[in-house]
Design a protein around this ligand. Structure first.
Ligand code: GLU
Length: 422
């Protein structure tokens, strides 16, 4: 599965190259990660036993600045998945024109099977294991699937202990009390909302109360469900790994969020009707389908059943390249992950700047800057898509690749040497 992911990423890179003016040398550099680290993390469990967890940190590219990207905890994490995610981060930071490269980390673990104390020991152990590979000017982690502010706080604290000084700039997505930024926790969904809002007419035409189905009810999915329903969209279905809930008239999102907070899942919901399988949600006839869970949710086996007008990738990599082709033939617009979920890393950049300056921006300042950047880059992608008559994903890759290529070429190309330099 994750090996397919990596070859999928490679296919998208080659396809984007065919559409852009990027040198062969830049392309050669982008075909593999700059550095890849695998670590073993010994953790003392509550019952006294010792477990060894596998952890990873991949720095894909740092030409445009220090690598940037989250750390995920999931049982399916492996080196190919983390490498692919680091590749996507490289394109995401370039697309948003942030002064960063791309990286990613992860631990192969089911966090639901750990106590809080075990989770803390694992998180501190991860940082101890990768401490020499991360740093404020080298590679800056952040939250991702199943990691959050609390985990980032433990990690920042551990890194400070190792360096014997407070280093808030080493990690973003920290709790406010430890140098976090206003707006970071909801930035992924806020960013996705701005992207949807900017593209609204091309996604849903002049529909008054567009219907939405959201797969994934974690941080991004649940917050986006709330903001879309507050802004007049009709959220008709949401799902997590255990259940999908549907109501064609629109769901009361706050009741479902309370239920998920209390019980840990969407099963036996207080409102709406449970669909027989969580993935049935993907086949509903809606205006917007928003996969906000994991990679590969829409693949060649189910893409043909998608009845949505548009798909907005709030997860990383939820639509495979084979599914992309099927959706394209069906006339389903896909808003790509490297744009749709880029609000998170953009607010991470704000946090990093604030930490470097020893400052804290007002919540309104963060919100305004986030909106401005998301709208600007969404318009840039839409413009390229229109000018070159290509799907939004190809356009996003072209914009990112041209920025990456320019940065790489600025460090020197064979043309400089064959011309005799000077
Ligand atoms: N994990 C998020 C992503 O995939 C955020 C990364 C970051 O803030 O560095 O974009």
């Amino acid at each position: 599965m994750s090996d397919d992911l990596l070859s999928d990423a490679g296919r998208r890179l080659e396809a984007a190259c065919a559409l852009s003016h990027v040198s062969d040398e830049a392309l050669a550099r982008l075909r593999q990660p700059a550095a890849s680290l695998k670590v073993s993390i010994p953790v003392r469990m509550d019952d006294g036993s010792l477990r060894i967890f596998a952890g990873y940190r991949v720095r894909y590219d740092s030409t445009r600045g220090p690598a940037k990207g989250g750390i995920r905890y999931h049982p399916r994490v492996d080196v190919d998945e983390i490498t692919t995610l680091a590749f996507w981060m490289t394109f995401k930071t370039a697309l948003m024109d942030l002064p960063f490269g791309g990286g990613k980390g992860g631990v192969t673990v089911d966090p639901k099977g750990l106590s809080m104390a075990e989770l803390e020991r694992l998180s501190r152990g991860y940082v101890a294991a990768v401490a020499d590979s991360i740093g404020p000017d080298v590679d800056i982690p952040a939250p991702d699937v199943a990691t959050n502010e609390l985990v980032m706080g433990w990690m920042a604290d551990e890194y400070g202990k190792i360096r014997r000084q407070a280093v808030p700039t080493v990690i973003t997505g920290k709790p406010l009390a430890l140098g976090g930024s206003h707006g970071r926790a909801t930035a992924t969904s806020d960013g996705a909302f701005h992207v949807i809002d900017t593209l609204r007419s091309s996604l849903v035409g002049d529909r008054e109360e567009p219907s939405v189905a959201i797969q994934g009810f974690g941080n991004a999915g649940a917050n986006l469900a709330s903001s879309l329903s507050d802004q007049g969209y009709r959220v008709v279905a949401v799902s997590d790994s255990s259940a999908a809930v549907h109501d064609a008239d629109g769901l009361e999102v706050s009741a479902l969020r309370d239920h998920k907070d209390e019980t840990g899942s969407l099963a036996d919901p207080p409102v709406g009707r449970e669909l027989s399988q969580p993935d049935d949600l993907l086949e509903l006839e809606v205006d917007l389908l928003i996969p906000a869970a994991l990679e590969g949710a829409i693949h060649d086996g189910n893409a043909g059943h998608v009845q949505a007008g548009a798909v907005v990738e709030v997860a990383n990599g939820p639509v495979t390249s084979a599914a992309d082709e099927i959706l394209d033939e069906l006339g389903v617009v896909v808003v790509p992950d490297i744009l749709a979920n880029a609000g998170g890393v953009t607010a991470s950049w704000f946090e990093w700047i604030q930490n470097r300056q020893g400052d804290r921006w007002e919540a309104e300042v963060v919100a305004k800057r986030l909106r401005k950047r998301m709208v600007r880059e969404t318009r840039a992608v839409a413009r390229v898509a229109e000018e070159r008559d290509v799907p939004l994903r190809s356009a996003a890759y072209v914009v990112a690749l041209e920025r990456l290529g320019a940065a790489m070429d600025a460090t020197g190309t064979s043309a400089i040497f064959s011309d005799g330099g000077g």
